[in-house]
Design a protein around this ligand. Structure first.
Ligand code: NAP
Ligand code: 8YV
Length: 312
């Protein structure tokens, strides 16, 4: 008999197909019938398959008394109540390392775009402005200082790319990275004061909420650029919008937003902001590798009792 999985949120069609072949999968309704569905069927599911965007909260886990494993498409587990899962002995699989290259590549795309005005100059050409105007001079990237807020798996891939741009690398984590030769800064403010590009790639969740505060933005200053490929919650978004409007920082490249897909409308008119719809891991190659690990985490759990890559 196939193990019964509850799917919370949409997944890649190819992954849904593969899961349906190996498991008995049911999609959690996204409408008002959800409570009745869980009341009637909740006890049947031993696994949940979900994504970083949707996750699994304590209320969902409580409605699934037989739940043993969660497998999530993504590395961020801010939408999964891992403490609750741990207390219940529920395994939680995520997809680390599969997406390091693509997220790091996109962080650099944002750095180059916001500093050199790539998107802004593309708009300039398309609107016919080149015929009568000169595009303003931009900011050089090579040789500058990059401050990585969160020198983890992706942060280290960003640091490797920075070497190719002859950039000095500094970082802030709660603790220093063993063996790292990069300069450590004891707080986000000190890192922001030092660097030209502050790249945010820490874990999301309550512990990092508004870690990038108005004070950090002011420390970055009018020549500094902010890049966020982590979670919107890490930045005080109101303070960021104000800093961009008042040009108290030079610019921002943002892949993620606090209430995404809602983006503060004030940002739409600003040429010093590059706005992306959470696409950092969004390539065919990376999403396929992530999908394979979502599947493997489940297969591994049901055969050995352990997921291959755990969030806990
Ligand atoms: P990781 O290896 O766990 O790295 C996270 C880093 O954040 C670690 O260096 C950690 O160091 C630091 N950190 C955690 N809490 C902190 C705090 N309170 N203060 C300062 N530093 C803190 O994770 P990863 O695989 O690199 O992924 C990082 C994050 O990127 C994910 O959690 C996810 O939210 C985001 N992400 C976004 C996308 C996207 O599409 N935009 C794609 C993938 C991932 P310490 O533990 O020493 O503090
Ligand atoms: C995914 C992400 O787009 O891994 C993460 O944490 O943010 C992205 O890779 C997301 O998890 C898909 O929902």
């Amino acid at each position: 008999m196939k193990h019964r999985l509850l799917q919370n949120g949409p997944l890649l069609p190819a992954l849904e197909k593969r899961l349906a072949e190996a498991f008995d999968v049911q999609l959690l309704p996204a409408d008002a019938s959800v409570m009745e569905f869980l009341h009637t069927h909740g006890a049947a599911f031993t696994g949940v398959v979900t994504s970083g965007a949707v996750g699994a909260d304590a209320a969902l886990m409580n409605a699934l008394p037989s739940l043993k494993v969660i497998s999530s498409f993504g590395v961020g587990f801010d939408k999964i109540d891992v403490q609750h899962a741990k207390a219940r002995g529920i395994a939680a699989g995520i997809t680390p390392d599969m997406l390091n290259d693509c997220v790091a590549d996109l962080a650099f795309a944002l750095i180059l775009d916001v500093a050199r005005g790539v998107s802004a100059s593309d708009r300039f050409v398309r609107r016919g402005r080149w015929l009568t105007e000169r595009f303003p001079l931009a900011t050089k990237v090579s040789g500058k200082r990059i401050g990585i807020l969160g020198l983890g798996r992706i942060g280290q891939a960003i640091a490797r790319r920075a070497a190719g741009f002859d950039m000095a690398v500094g970082y802030h984590n709660r603790s220093t990275v063993a063996g790292s030769l990069f300069q450590y800064f004891a707080s986000p403010i000190l890192l922001a004061e030092w660097c030209d590009f502050l790249v945010v790639v820490v874990a999301g969740g309550p512990a990092t909420r508004h870690l990038v505060s108005r004070e950090v933005l002011d420390a970055l200053g009018p020549k500094g650029f902010l890049i966020n490929v982590a979670r919107g919650t890490v930045i005080d978004e109101e303070a960021l919008v104000q800093a961009l409007v008042e040009k108290r920082i030079a610019g921002a490249g943002l892949d993620v937003f606090d209430a995404e897909p809602q983006v503060p409308e004030q940002l739409f008119a600003l040429d010093n902001a590059v706005l992306l719809p959470h696409i950092a891991s969004g390539t065919h190659e990376t999403r396929q590798a992530m999908a394979e690990l979502v599947f493997d985490n489940l297969m591994s759990f049901y055969s050995s009792g352990e997921v291959r890559r755990s969030a806990i």
